[in-house]
Design a binder for this molecule. Structure first.
Ligand code: ATP
Ligand code: MG
Length: 343
């Protein structure tokens, strides 16, 4: 029996904001509980692994740790649910079910969820998400991720959100109404792209050393920067089987800087197409969100890259992991009835 079938007796409602991300998914609920998991799902490969692991499904870091005994699935690719390929649709269902379980709804509670997805993929994702959540959620509205972030910060007018995730960078201009297609854009050179770049640059420089994509991502998250920083960046990697220090500073810099041109060009293009009377206001209210906003010096470099278009102010959101789901929850609590879709 699904969770939704077990509920439905009480009129009490649990509102939730869900940020369904390529690398991490988070939930913020009106009962003040929050949770997040990495968007990886693993099912035991056979009955032996099911017995050894003692679980029917695993998520995130725990799944990665046991990946040899699991059928693994990362269901989102560049912000889109991979439909019809492997078990992605099942995996999204598992993630939604797990997130809702983690915020412990009371038996009988109606669940109303706002789900944030990348701006450009709203049409494709809406159907897939509806399918994925219908067993666990009673009403839904799908919104773009950067809009949810803007809502969390009360930035509803004259603001420009740039959400740098794993699969996508999402741009959204807020001008006092619900943003439409013209106000939003998505590009796919984001965190995963930086990982690929760093992996290639390190492979080129240290062809005899051994490291994995997962290790490279961890190095990036620890040391990421653009421009100049004074610290040395050295990591220990096995070279011919023996641990040895490796300098990766220039590689980290180049990999992180590889996403700057597309971000600056897209931002400049969106600003220049906006009503000229309001451009200055928007340029002075640029907010970076998403895990990629943790790259050191990023805000200053984006401001510098946009300087030809006049004075700019770029700031970084306080809580990149939860900003989207906090905004989703706030929206869910404010949203008039007619915006909801009943499932
Ligand atoms: N300090 C950091 N410096 C650089 N990148 C970071 C840092 N911390 C996290 N990241 C990267 O941010 C990305 C995850 O961000 P986020 O959780 O916002 O993405 P997501 O919502 O899962 O993806 P998407 O929005 O594309 O679906 C990953 O690529 C991760 O490696
Ligand atoms: Mg995201």
């Amino acid at each position: 029996m699904t969770q939704k079938e077990q509920t439905g007796t009480s009129s009490e409602t649990l509102f939730v904001g869900i940020d369904l991300g390529t690398s991490r998914s988070s939930i913020t609920a009106s009962n003040e509980r929050t949770a997040w998991i990495e968007s990886y799902v693993g099912w035991p490969k056979d009955f032996i692994s099911a017995r050894v692991l003692g679980k029917q499904v695993m998520f995130g870091a725990e799944a990665l740790e046991h990946r040899l005994s699991l059928e693994m699935c990362r269901p989102m690719d560049r912000g889109v649910i991979k439909e019809g390929i492997d078990r992605s649709e099942d995996a999204v269902k598992e993630i939604i079910q797990e997130l809702i379980r983690l915020v412990s709804p009371n038996p009988g509670q109606q669940i109303k969820a706002i789900v944030g997805v990348p701006a450009d993929t709203m049409k494709v994702n809406k159907l897939a998400i509806r399918k994925a959540v219908k067993d666990y959620v009673h009403s839904i509205m799908v919104v773009s991720e950067p809009f949810a972030v803007a809502y969390s910060m009360d930035l509803l007018d004259n603001a420009f959100i740039i959400d740098i995730g794993a699969g996508t960078v999402d741009f959204c201009i807020m001008h006092g109404t619900m943003p439409d297609e013209n106000d939003q854009k998505t590009i796919t050179t984001a965190g995963d792209y930086v990982d690929d770049q760093l992996f290639s640059l390190m492979t080129e420089k240290y062809p005899r050393s051994r490291f994995t994509k997962n290790m490279v991502r961890q190095f990036k998250e620890r040391f990421s920067f653009v421009g100049e920083v004074s610290d040395e960046i050295q990591v220990e990697l096995p070279l011919d089987g023996k641990p040895a220090p490796h300098d990766i500073k220039m590689e980290v810099k180049r990999a992180c800087e590889s996403i700057l041109p597309a971000i600056i060009d897209t931002a400049a293009d969106m600003i220049s197409r906006f009503d000229p009377e309001f451009q200055a206001k928007i340029k002075n209210n640029i907010v970076l969100a998403g895990g990629g906003s943790g790259i050191r010096n990023l805000a200053a470099h984006i401001a510098h890259g946009l300087k030809d278009y006049g004075q700019c102010t770029v700031v970084t959101v306080d809580d990149p992991l939860f900003a989207g789901s906090i905004g989703g929850l706030k929206l869910a609590q404010d949203m008039p009835k007619n915006y909801w879709e009943e499932l």
